[in-house]
Design a protein around this ligand. Sequence first.
Ligand code: 5AD
Ligand code: SF4
Length: 470
Amino acid sequence: MLEIVDKTHDESRQGEAVAPQAGDTRVYTKKFYIESYGCQMNFNDSEIVASILNKEGFGATRNAEEADLVLLNTCSIREKAEQTVRKRLTEFKKTKKNRPGFLVGVLGCMAERLKAQFLEQEKLVDLVVGPDAYRTLPALIEEAETGQKAINVLLSREETYADISPVRLNSNGVTAFVSIMRGCNNMCAFCVVPFTRGRERSRDQYSIIAEATDLFENGYREVTLLGQNVDSYYFVDEQKDETVTFAGLLEKVAAISPLLRIRFSTSHPKDITDDVLFAMARHENICNYIHLPVQSGSTRILQLMNRTYTREWYMKKVDRIREILPDCGLSTDIITGFCTETEEDHQDTLAVMEYAHYDLAYMFAYSERPGTLAARRYQDDVPEEVKKRRLAEVVALHRRHTLESMQQDVGKTFSVLIEGVSKRSEDDLFGRNDQNKVVVFPKGNHQKGTYVKVKIEACTAGTLLGKVVD
Ligand code: 5AD
Ligand code: SF4
């Protein structure tokens, strides 16, 4: 699913506030402040919300204290994510008391999961808006301004916000997200997403290509195509009698310019096809990097999870990726301590990790979510300390793998798209290679948004260090 990242659930971005868009000279009469939690899709949704609010005369601010409207775009994927949001909400209590007219809104998955209950539980919340209802925000804000509580949590089978140009918030001007589909039909037993984000639907290809082209023309050099399950992208153009699959869409976006890099997330192992792998092989600008969540290495657990593949099937998929794309970066999501997981199942997970040798992994202890298949059917019977110990073992193995994967790159030369100045030193720039690894190198006269060839001389656990070569 999408809750990824290579930037998915990127801890460093959780709760990030948005900055006003650079170069925006419009005059706004009111100010909004928005914080996003969870997956990349949520961060991209906040950019859609910003676009809708800008049209209503609300400008973005980074300072919640000066905002008329504070919005938290929330995540329900694990209980901890929800706790973080509840805690954050309490911090607005004082402002709410002191400033009449100050509105607090909750958007996203928690809004959808808890609906009107949220308004009862959290008295300071004025607005509750689900992921498919952002177009109604202006009317809801108007309602809330009269002192009423406003709510819209209707899910849609069609909404893709295809016609709304996201306002690029906190942008580096080089990389951007483009949503290509919404929702998920998979029903993995542990996952709340099908309930909070609704049925799967694909955005029309023309609006995707137009958005990516526009980004390129505005200096962006990398787009990440987003969806809970990108490989089941499916668009039927009845007028042209054309059916576009994800592989087809990748080809079309890749054709915009060889200078535009394309990434995508997330791939369900059951849906990624050879066609997608061949499209990646054919186009140098489609990055060789796949986020392929395994979740567990035990066939029995995978069945309970309703993942619809076995461990052998997953390993064959890894083989196929390596066959068609020998230098492809691979990342994953892993859950430890799912219902009934035994030590043997856990060892199976460690063995699959050894097999796939992931470059990056997002690892979680199982957290039961109300309403999911697992919550209804199975007992959450693995003790917390066992879940945590298994998680620690998975994390330790992963650390060894990432370090080995970084070390193997020392001596190699990569094409790196420059994203900006390194956090550690003003004298260095950073960017990513095809496989999504961060590369840091001395600045020289190089500019953000351009490609350089960097020879890797050393590495840390998370960064490749090198020098630009001709
Ligand atoms: N408990 C723990 N981890 C979960 N994920 C999804 N639901 C749960 C849950 N209930 C993980 C999966 C998914 C990632 C985004 O979050 O690994 O791929
Ligand atoms: Fe991802 Fe499965 Fe959840 Fe869908 S149901 S969002 S595929 S984990």
